[in-house]
Design a protein around this ligand. Structure first.
Ligand code: ATP
Ligand code: MG
Length: 376
């Protein structure tokens, strides 16, 4: 059972003088045995630092790390039974592919026969049998990447750690290596912790995703749970592309109907007359400020909606239109709030045109403006 448990984990770097930089701020996380866990978040949020502490490459300031029920704070990296794949691959340039993959095993004093078997097995899994005699400089980026992964596989570790392993590859290669690593995970059935700042990689690869910001964990959940039920505006805005739209406003009640009214000095703020679950949630914020969030894909051109529910229609001015093929991204403005709608490419649109749109009932999220947490 190679589960990995982080307990009140803190990392403070010193800037060389007195100042402390808190890179990881008291995080708690349990990665299950055989799970593919992705750590995702913007640059500088503490992903690599967390991974490097698990690997033992970075000292822990406070808290503990358990691998397979054993606290490893004071265990040397080489004795933790983990393998890490880095962004820059770190292959030995003077050794051929076979020796790059065999090197760690030689240090561990495995027999020649065992080493040969493991390297050949890994090479077969990764489809690099033909490259074993080549030096790294004679390989493409994708091939080097495979060798770096191969070097990790041959060690048969309890846990694989990946730090942005695909970021040096071109877009097409990234997509195919993404699938390769997912397949590898099902095949090896090993715990994997994978760091990326790319939310598409996170969504497509992770069994679960940990979203980080400024050294804190914002939410841990399965991909679609993050998409449908973000815990706060940060996760809501980070997961999904284009990002979720946010509108500032307040909740009122007139004639027993709960309404969201956008803050807008003009005569035509967005007004939604809410239904069912949305009206129940919003009614707890009567006469208070609130943030409304809805995704571009949950806003449609009203003329394309069959039986639209009244109360969810709005008008906005078109600033830019981007036809993507099946869909068109409309960059709109309510007068105070810029937002994006992802609509079916059916109608033609003119810049500065006022467009009638429809918010999808049941697809609206409300957040507290101070805590930024979702209202349930
Ligand atoms: N050796 C160091 N000394 C001082 N500060 C550091 C050191 N390494 C990292 N930091 C700081 O710690 C914070 C977290 O860094 P980390 O490398 O973990 O971020 P990251 O999430 O991996 O970002 P990226 O996506 O850019 O790789 C950052 O503010 C960074 O500047
Ligand atoms: Mg990093």
């Amino acid at each position: 059972m190679a589960e990995v448990v982080l307990n009140n984990l803190i990392k403070d770097y010193s800037d060389g003088k007195k100042l402390k930089i808190r890179a990881v701020n008291n995080i708690n996380l349990k990665v299950n045995d055989q799970e593919f866990m992705v750590l995702v978040g913007p640059s500088g949020c503490g992903k690599s630092t967390t991974l490097r502490m698990i690997a033992g490459l970075e000292e822990i300031s406070e808290g503990s790390i358990k691998i397979e029920n054993k606290i490893v704070n004071n265990v040397l990296p080489k004795d933790r039974d983990i393998a890490m794949v880095f962004q820059n691959y770190a292959l030995y340039p003077h050794m051929n592919v076979y020796d790059n993959m065999a090197f760690g095993l030689k240090l561990m004093k495995h027999s020649k026969l065992e080493i040969k078997k493991r390297v050949n097995d890994a090479a077969a899994i990764l489809g690099i049998e033909d490259l074993l005699d080549r030096k790294p400089k004679a390989l493409s980026g994708g091939q080097r990447q495979r060798v770096a992964v191969g070097r990790a596989i041959v060690r048969k570790p309890k846990v694989f750690l990946f730090d942005e392993p695909l970021s040096n590859l071109d877009a097409k290669m990234r997509v195919s290596m993404r699938t390769e690593i997912s397949k590898l995970h099902s095949r090896l059935a090993t715990t994997m912790i994978y760091v990326t700042h790319d939310q598409v990689e996170a969504m497509t690869m992770g069994d679960r995703i940990t979203v980080m910001k400024d050294g804190d964990i914002m939410q841990v959940a399965e991909p679609l749970e993050l998409y449908h039920h973000p815990a706060n505006t940060f996760v809501a805005g980070f997961i999904g592309s284009p990002s979720m739209n946010f509108f500032q406003g307040k909740i009122t009640r007139t004639n027993n109907q709960i309404k969201f009214i956008e803050y807008n000095e003009s005569d035509t703020p967005i007004v939604l007359t809410l239904q069912k679950k949305e009206s129940r949630i919003a009614s707890t914020y009567l006469n208070k400020e609130i943030i409304l969030g809805t995704r571009p894909e949950d806003i449609s051109d009203l003329t394309t909606v069959n039986n639209p529910i009244s109360g969810y229609a709005i008008q906005a001015k078109l600033e830019v239109s981007e036809p993507m093929g099946a869909e068109t991204f409309l960059y709109l403005n309510t007068g105070v709030t810029p937002f994006v709608a992802k609509v079916r490419s059916k109608n033609r649109y003119l810049i500065n045109q006022i467009i009638n749109l429809n918010f999808e009932p049941g697809r609206i999220h409300f957040f507290d403006p101070k805590t930024k947490n979702v209202l349930k």
